[in-house]
Design a protein around this ligand. Structure first.
Ligand SMILES: C[S@@+](CC[C@H](N)C(=O)[O-])C[C@H]1O[C@@H](n2cnc3c(N)ncnc32)[C@H](O)[C@@H]1O
Length: 240
């Protein structure tokens, strides 16, 4: 159950200009009703989000980010399968973030958090260079209308943002059912000097199963049931 976000227990901003910097976003401003309390597992970034170092600490073998985790299937599976890795889900929609954070809180695991913020901006201004082992983006909003294309996550400036945040050898993992958007990502990432597509890594991750890259998300399950073709890419950060 979801209820309007004017709840007195939580006080997220109704409009946060930071969230829309670098492109307008669209999401439902609702918070989760109910049985659970996400507690410290849900962080509202507001105008001045905590840095990645503040959120994650430094005791982990690796740190990964998912941008747009929705209901959190990947973060929940990854934190369970790989307890020595910290996974941060950055979600623009407070309702989804709250729902996912409550599930994580109930799991008893401490190696993940959900942050309400704009994922692209967060990588730009709250993540130290080379801090990330992986960035995951699964089924980002395709914005099919031409006049809305600027709202897509993978605009031409994104490879530089990813190259700064990922360590050399780290990977961007992407999946989509939308052929046009997947084509745009292949073009934008494929022409970036800092990245090489790694098809062996795509096969390895798929074979590794739940908790690894390409873990089926809610949107993937829905689209597979509809018989849609899923396109998956791993782009590895090359150079130093
Ligand atoms: C189509 S849903 C996919 C959710 C999930 N990845 C899945 O596959 O089930 C896209 C999600 O990305 C979120 N989103 C869109 N732009 C974002 C951004 N710049 N930063 C963080 N989240 C974003 C939306 O709120 C939405 O929950």
């Amino acid at each position: 159950m979801l209820r309007p976000m004017s709840s007195p227990e939580r006080d997220p901003p109704t409009y946060n200009p930071r969230m829309h910097r670098g492109g307008k976003l669209s999401f439902r401003g609702r918070v989760q009703d109910g049985d659970g309390d996400p507690g410290e597992f849900l962080v509202f970034g507001g105008q001045d989000p905590p840095t990645l170092r503040d959120l994650a600490g430094s005791q982990w073998r690796g740190i990964e980010v998912e941008i747009g985790p929705g209901k959190g299937a990947f973060v929940l599976a990854a934190t369970a399968a790989r307890p020595d890795v910290f996974v941060l889900g950055i979600e623009a929609a407070p309702g989804y973030a709250s729902l996912a954070a409550t599930k994580l809180a109930q799991s008893g695991r401490d190696n993940g958090r959900f942050l309400v913020d704009n994922g692209k901006l967060y990588l730009q201004d709250r993540v130290e260079p080379g801090a990330l082992d992986a960035v995951h983006v699964y089924f980002p909003d395709p914005w099919p209308k031409r006049r809305h294309r600027g709202r897509r996550l993978f605009t031409d400036d994104v490879p530089a943002v990813l190259a700064r945040a990922l360590r050399p050898g780290g990977c961007l993992y992407f999946a989509s059912d939308n052929a046009a958007y997947a084509g745009q990502v292949a073009r934008v990432m494929g022409s970036a000097a800092d990245f090489r597509r790694d098809e062996d890594e795509e096969a390895r991750a798929l074979a590794a199963g739940p908790g690894h890259a390409f873990t089926p998300t809610n949107f993937e399950r829905k689209y597979v049931a509809e018989g849609r073709t899923i396109r998956r890419f791993a782009f590895r950060r090359v150079g130093r």
